[in-house]
Design a binder for this molecule. Structure first.
Ligand SMILES: Cc1ncc(C[n+]2csc(CCOP(=O)(O)OP(=O)(O)O)c2C)c(N)n1
Ligand SMILES: [Mg+2]
Length: 1012
């Protein structure tokens, strides 16, 4: 039986070129095997076969242009393929879902067909048919109607609100509202109790509190400039301790480990616990914030500085919450793709209430709910204060957060009141206590904790006679002891327990605490708490007494640490608890295996000329990926990340080939299902299509780029973005990526100030390489030709994923189409590409005057064109250098210069720039599609005269030609400037330059583009 394989629907394209034949006559092929690669001027896509069998004949060859319906292959098979053609997976699941829905509808119909009791017409109608006592319902509704008629809507609204509050407190499942009353979500009766020894845990916590404060105070006694925070951890100690003792499971050889994002400036508390656990010693605590000598403890969680300890950099506020959300999503991605086991691991993120004001903190909460991230738990420490003062003096941060998170679909657990409040709330028969709780604003709550019990009785309970009465038998001391939920280990335990068991949605625990808890008059709940880093003797004595730390007055005066004997109950307990949970935390380890990079020849096709065929480097990159996806080692590890720009970059072919990750699969038949590049979502999909969300995409990239440590699996994330919306948009995340020792590729596509012609000021990037250069472990390149890209990319794979170097790559690719030459045969070419420059062409016709032309990215081609004009019209020789990375050249130059200055008596090293240019003739002129500062970076590392051209100033939309003219980086300007440079160097007469300026209509009086 013979079947024909035809060109499928390829969308809007017609006459598309065949660039690769992946099969030949006689091959056995199976359904979905790629047989041919076709390429339009925008993208290349593989065509998979829809028939299986042996190939009888091939009807196309490379270079042919094909359209929908053209014959590709004849395939002979044993059976009739059409009859055995399986229903596509998507269609099958859609049919199944439709059946389920239909069944559901039938059921609903049968219920609704039951006789409905005729009711008297009222203003409000009963819609539920699950009513067990319609008469009673009727009474209630009639009462309500009467209220509406007699006292108006407002009164009705009030009564309903009161009813809901009452119902909530009785434990009834009430309908959705934005907020619940200002009480704990978990009723005391429903609290799951901890099996921990509360006395020992309190003693341990007190010691951690003390040592955390002591390390900050001691550091500042030595060097007052060092700083540090006491108040934040003081407010969060219980929140951390309960997690450490009972919930957070460490990574070990049996389990992948929970991932905890610690609030940055609570670091002293985490160190103080590690001290009791025996992981850090006194000397190390004494080197808090003194990191220059090895062994110092970093100010905040920085994996770069403490690579065996910290896992996640969090102190730039807002990054922690966002990174944690995408980490949890990435964990599910790995599970759904079958790359790691589902072990029920959790991601916990500790956040400040002030931090929640950062747009990034709340920016991705919708995604967390949508993706049903029940492996994610946020703990917001609501100590009601930020750095300057109250977070919401006039409102209630807890209620505000509750509303936002509930609205987004999270499971919200409020932990507001400690156990001492339980009986008061239970006795609040009139509801006045909850009323005061609801009415009191955070500014008042804060002020109360800065005062005393008498003040609280007066200001809080004194508001209504009913509440005054409620506490009449309590002393002021008792009132003062009424604790906040976040300081009550029982309440915190119950919340963590419920959060850990929650399914189908992420959880946020909103815990109320006191900033500077236990710090007394100078630090507790006062506006200046955040920056209190010095405690005088009286404060220290108070702190000791407050937490019963067994130190003498003398020891307190010396601010000594306290660590019980190794055999003490406390130390045994703290270690035992951690051992039960699998080990210590935080801890950063790596057991991933390197990825074997593909053989060099996988990129050979990029080392030969494209001939007449023109393409952009963005397209060359997509071609390269298509090839990489055929490498069995690399393919499953690739994580393509795109923020809604796949079609811009010609990557839509990936949708069908490797699928878009969607945790629920695809519940609909895509509009373009018949097309080759159909929008295919799948549970095991590989592409992370992030939508218009660069920060989210970057967070995904960081999660994947640190997969080797957090999930012990080396992955190759490739995040492709509009270069302008890269570093400049998410620079802080990129910095955090560097700190995290991320490994992966960032691709700034459609790059360059003049390359992206029509898009204008906000799209045209002329500086991303400069921002990239600020990140020490970011290696960046601006290649021009496809073989440069191939060499750079393969080396990136080798360095990062085979050799496990902790660097990441930033590569710009363009959307300008041109033909690409073959890779020069010169043996040093590859080394030059990687080090940053190599000679690509030389004009030596006249042997009189010479200039060195350095070009980068697409401007290299302007240089090459200018060199021809210089030779043909002005008899000037030149050498043209392709500069793939001014950044890499500068790094080398700096290092060499430093070495030479530090070793004046030794043989002086020569920078790579000087190795290339030192012995050449003539001045140097460099240009790129970036600001002059880009090429100026190497100016100090050569002794020759150096001039640069660049695209300083705001971009604007126009044709590419006009833009290059405007920014003076087109071939005409290069010629004119080149002649001027030679005249300045007294190598030719200035009249030549003047003539060229005139000839090319260059207006010498035009202001600098930076001023236009
Ligand atoms: C992006 C960013 N902006 C500013 C800061 C400086 N900063 C450090 S802590 C802090 C206040 C934090 O308040 P909150 O989040 O409520 O934490 P708390 O200490 O109260 O637990 C500020 C403004 C920062 N670390 N990151
Ligand atoms: Mg705060």
């Amino acid at each position: 039986m013979s079947n024909k394989l035809l060109v499928p629907d390829i969308g809007d394209f017609d006459k598309v070129e065949v660039i690769e034949l992946l099969v030949k006559v006689g091959d056995q092929i199976n359904i979905n095997d790629a047989v041919v690669t076709i390429e339009s001027d925008k993208s290349s896509v593989e065509i998979p076969t829809t028939v299986s069998g042996k190939i009888d004949s091939v009807h196309v060859k490379v270079g042919d242009k094909v359209s929908k319906g053209d014959l590709l292959l004849n395939v002979s098979s044993l059976k009739e393929n059409f009859s055995e053609k399986p229903i596509p997976k998507d269609t099958e699941s859609i049919i199944k879902q439709a059946e389920v829905v239909l069944k559901g509808e039938e059921k609903e119909k049968t219920i609704s067909q039951e006789p409905i009791q005729k009711k008297k017409e009222t203003i409000i109608k009963v819609t539920s048919n699950n009513d067990i006592d319609p008469l009673e319902t009727q009474d209630w509704l009639e009462s309500l109607s009467a209220v509406v008629q007699k006292d108006g809507n407002q009164r009705a609204h009030f009564l309903i609100k009161e009813l809901i509050n009452k119902a909530y407190r009785e434990g009834a499942n009430i309908p959705y509202t934005q907020n619940t009353p200002y009480i704990n979500t978990i009723r005391p009766e429903a609290e799951v109790k901890s099996n921990g020894d509360q006395n020992i845990e309190r003693r341990i916590r007190s010691l951690i509190r003390w040592n955390a404060a002591a390390m900050v105070v001691r550091a500042n006694k030595k060097f007052p400039e060092l700083g540090g925070h006491i108040g934040t951890f003081a407010s969060a100690a219980t929140l951390y301790d309960v997690g450490m003792n009972h919930f957070w499971r460490a990574k070990n050889n049996k389990f992948g480990g929970d991932l905890v994002y610690f609030q940055g400036h609570s670091a002293p508390g985490i160190y103080a616990r590690a001290f009791l656990e025996g992981r850090l010693n006194e000397k190390q605590l004494d080197s808090f914030r003194q990191e220059v000598e090895p062994g110092g403890l970093s100010s905040y969680p920085h994996p770069w500085l403490m690579p065996k300890f910290w896992q996640f950099p969090t102190v730039s506020m807002g990054l922690g919450p966002m990174l944690a959300i995408y980490q949890a999503r990435y964990m599910k991605y790995l599970i759904n793709r079958g790359l790691i086991k589902d072990e029920g691991r959790k991601v916990w993120a500790f956040l400040g209430d002030g931090e929640m004001d950062e747009p990034e903190s709340m920016g991705a909460i919708g995604l967390a709910a949508r993706e049903k991230l029940d492996n994610l738990i946020f703990v917001v420490n609501c100590n009601l204060q930020r750095l300057d003062g109250p977070v919401r003096g006039n409102g209630k941060i807890i209620q505000e957060l509750e509303g936002s998170f509930r609205g987004a679909g999270w499971n919200v657990i409020k932990v507001i009141w400690g156990s001492y409040w339980d009986s008061l709330i239970a006795n609040d028969k009139t509801g006045h206590l909850v009323k005061v709780m609801n009415e009191t604003v955070d500014g008042e709550y804060q002020a109360m904790k800065a005062r005393d019990g008498t003040y609280v009785r007066e200001k809080f309970f004194g508001k209504y006679p009913e509440t005054q009465e409620l506490v009449s038998s309590l002393s002021d001391k008792d009132i003062w002891r009424l604790n906040r939920g976040g300081h009550d280990p029982h309440k915190v335990y119950a919340a963590y327990d419920q959060a850990s068991k929650n399914q189908g949605s992420p959880t946020v625990i909103i815990a109320k605490t006191i900033k500077g808890y236990g710090m007394g008059k100078t630090g507790e709940s006062v506006n200046t708490t955040h920056q209190t880093k010095k405690l005088d003797v009286d404060d220290l004595l108070y702190y000791r007494d407050r937490f019963d730390v067994p130190l003498t007055d003398e020891q307190v005066k010396n601010v000594e640490y306290f660590k019980p004997d190794e055999k003490s109950l406390e130390i045994k307990y703290i270690k035992e608890k951690r051992m039960n949970l699998g080990g210590f935390l935080p801890e950063r380890t790596t057991y991933s295996k390197p990825i074997k990079v593909p053989a060099k020849d996988i990129f050979d096709f990029m080392k030969v000329s494209t001939g007449e065929k023109e393409m952009s480097t963005t397209m060359a990159l997509v071609r390269m990926f298509t090839n990489l996806l055929r490498d069995k080692n690399v393919s499953p590890r690739l994580v393509p990340i795109i923020p809604d720009e796949a079609r811009t970059f010609g990557m839509e072919g990936f949708f069908q080939k490797i699928g878009i990750y969607a945790h629920e699969g695809q519940k609909y038949e895509p509009e373009d299902s018949a097309q080759l590049s159909s929008y295919r979502e799948e549970k095991t999909g590989q592409v992370l299509e992030e939508g218009i969300n660069e920060a989210g995409a970057m967070s995904s990239w960081i999660a994947a780029a640190t997969s080797y440590t957090n999930h012990d699996i080396e992955m190759i994330p490739i995040y492709i973005f509009y270069s302008m919306f890269g570093f400049q948009r998410i620079g802080d995340l990129a910095w955090a990526g560097g700190d995290s020792q991320a490994r992966g590729f960032l691709i700034g596509a459609t790059a360059g100030r003049t390359t992206l012609a029509g898009e204008g000021l906000q799209h045209q990037d002329g500086h991303s390489h400069l921002i990239a250069s600020t990140i020490p472990n970011c290696v960046s390149y601006d290649p021009t030709f496809h073989y440069e890209l191939a060499v750079i990319f393969r080396e990136g794979l080798r360095r990062m994923h085979e050799k496990n170097e902790n660097v990441f790559y930033y590569i710009t690719t363009m959307n300008e189409n041109y033909s690409h030459p073959s890779m020069p045969k010169d043996n040093n070419c590859e080394e030059g590409i990687l080090k940053g420059m190599y000679k690509i062409k030389e004009f030596n016709k006249y042997g009189k005057t010479k200039i060195q032309l350095l070009g980068s990215g697409t401007i290299l081609r302007e240089m090459m064109a200018a060199a021809e004009v210089l030779q043909d019209e002005y008899l000037i020789d030149s050498e043209i250098w392709s500069v793939t990375s001014f950044n890499e050249l500068r790094k080398d130059g700096m290092e060499v210069e430093r070495y030479n200055l530090l070793n004046p008596d030794k043989e002086q090293k020569v920078s790579f720039v000087e190795q290339c240019l030192g012995k050449t003739e003539g001045p140097i002129m460099a240009a790129s599609d970036y600001m002059r500062m880009n090429s100026d970076q190497i100016r100090p590392y050569t002794n020759k005269s150096f001039y640069s051209l660049g695209t300083d100033g705001y971009g604007r939309s126009d044709t590419r030609k006009n833009l290059r003219k405007f920014f003076e980086v087109d071939k005409e300007h290069i010629v004119a400037y080149g002649l001027s440079v030679l005249a300045k160097e007294q190598l030719i007469a200035s009249k030549h330059a003047k003539e060229a300026i005139k000839k090319y209509n260059i207006d010498g009086s035009k202001p600098m583009p930076t001023k236009l």
